[in-house]
Design a protein around this ligand. Structure first.
Ligand SMILES: Nc1ncnc2c1ncn2[C@@H]1O[C@H](COP(=O)(O)OP(=O)(O)OP(=O)(O)O)[C@@H](O)[C@H]1O
Ligand SMILES: Nc1ncnc2c1ncn2[C@@H]1O[C@H](COP(=O)(O)OP(=O)(O)OP(=O)(O)O)[C@@H](O)[C@H]1O
Ligand SMILES: [Mg+2]
Ligand SMILES: [Mg+2]
Lengths: 253, 253
């Protein structure tokens, strides 16, 4: 029952799009929990959940258990969600980055691990207490990397943060893979970034890349993962293939 | 001389691209200071500055004045930069979000305001102490909004944060405008978002929109604003036109 954290402090690289669609692809044949740890609550609305009774913030501060707060997403598949709400921004400030507060999510998920085949955590674009909670709670990380220059520039800092967490709070943490997203075969830039990343990180880079595909950007406005909105699209095919590669890498772990 | 904060907690919406290219466009005829308040330091490398002697963190904690830390960017125009470095991530944790720490940038910029015609501040994708410092130090805000659904969803939360800052720390703060970025005339989604935003925010939305243009994404890998890298591109024309509209809106303020 691996916990997979989807994280990168660079903004807009496809963390939420990856967390939502990977979780939905895995949920076609297994039971999956998607944890939305971003106060923007994009993953929550991305699977069509509006005004949930309980939020992940209530779970982090111990007001309710993860089991009772989890909500089943609509549509096919066995996808459950720990929804976020704007009050989570308060946690980002309240949770101390020095203490056992960073292990809150890990503790909460301990109780539900046996219920799910996979847990996927969507982290916000920062290195604050929420992202550190996601790293500490994860067994393995997926690092989406937009195939553009600023995102490439930030990858070294992200990997440095992971090394620091491995050296102290979560020694078992490993990188499942770096995922190239919004790859656009028509531009030179995209090819250059992919070449650079594969040269630098070798096997740590997923074979599968996610193409830029407008269907992926349209799906959230319908509150649905890509498989419900545009099942025949390139985006759907790519995320299904990613689910296969993720499963393989988890087994090899 | 106005301090313009470029801010939106949603990641990847074009904050840095706007801060760098707007500052460079304004610097063609005036003296401009670009402040990089993001530990990712994208604005710093976006204008070609590597390994600066001093960083904005040194300035925030009072080790050096802004005047002495400012570095002239290469190329034409009178563009100066307060560079960022990864140590700024420490400030995000150290600066308290409750106290006079939120006014540090404002205090620092007070001393240099007479030297510059414009100050442009690039903020990180979060609502922590660094972004709040940017809001408190600003006279007016430019809110880049990527023409896609998740970014649209987050705009209400951004405006709420601005109202809170107006109600307490910085009553003079105003919204100079919401700037639609990465507008892609070929997709329905982009048109729908633009229509929705103009309907909702009316005059608060800049007339000028920034098209999706790969030259804007390529320029940072050459460490240059768009005017040095691809002066004839659509991206260059759009940011020049934005500089005109910003100047007009500042005068009308
Ligand atoms: N492969 C893709 N093709 C086209 N659009 C995409 C793709 N992946 C993501 N997008 C769109 O790009 C934008 C950024 O993606 P997303 O919000 O998932 O990134 P993020 O890393 O979660 O952002 P944040 O840092 O704010 O959390 C969204 O509008 C999304 O719909
Ligand atoms: N109009 C545009 N056309 C094409 N690409 C663009 C445009 N504006 C920005 N980009 C590219 O999109 C990506 C995101 O833009 P940028 O980094 O400026 O956003 P940001 O809001 O500053 O991100 P962060 O939230 O991480 O600070 C970058 O790779 C940038 O080069
Ligand atoms: Mg996200
Ligand atoms: Mg930026």
């Amino acid at each position: 029952m691996p916990v997979l954290g989807v994280t990168n402090q660079k903004g807009g690289v496809g963390k939420t799009t990856t967390a939502v669609n990977l979780a939905a692809a895995l949920a076609e044949r297994r039971r999956v929990l998607l944890v939305d740890l971003d106060p923007q609550a994009n993953a929550t609305s991305g699977v069509g959940i509006e005004d949930p009774d309980h939020h992940v913030y209530d779970v982090l501060v111990g007001r309710i258990s993860a089991r009772r707060a989890a909500v089943k997403a609509e549509g096919d598949g066995d996808l459950w969600v720990l929804p976020a709400a704007p009050d989570l921004a308060g946690a980002a400030v309240e949770l101390d980055t020095e203490s056992e507060d960073l292990g809150r999510l890990a503790k909460v998920l301990l109780a539900v691990r046996p219920t799910y085949d996979f847990v996927v955590v969507d982290a916000p674009p920062s290195i604050g207490a929420l992202t550190l909670n996601a790293l500490v709670a994860s067994d393995a990380l997926i690092v989406p990397l937009q195939a553009e220059y600023y995102a490439l520039e930030g990858i070294a800092a992200m990997m440095e943060t992971v090394r620091r967490v491995q050296g102290s709070l979560q020694p078992e943490l490993r990188i499942l893979g770096i995922l190239l997203t919004m790859v656009d075969a028509r531009t030179r830039l995209s090819g250059q970034v992919e070449e650079n990343v594969r040269q630098h990180f070798g096997d740590e880079v997923f074979d599968i890349t996610i193409p830029r595909n407008v269907r992926l950007a349209e799906a959230p406005s319908y509150g649905a993962p890509i498989f419900a909105y545009a099942p025949e699209s390139q985006g759907a095919a790519a995320y299904r293939a990613l689910a296969e590669e993720v499963t393989r890498r988890v087994r090899q772990g």
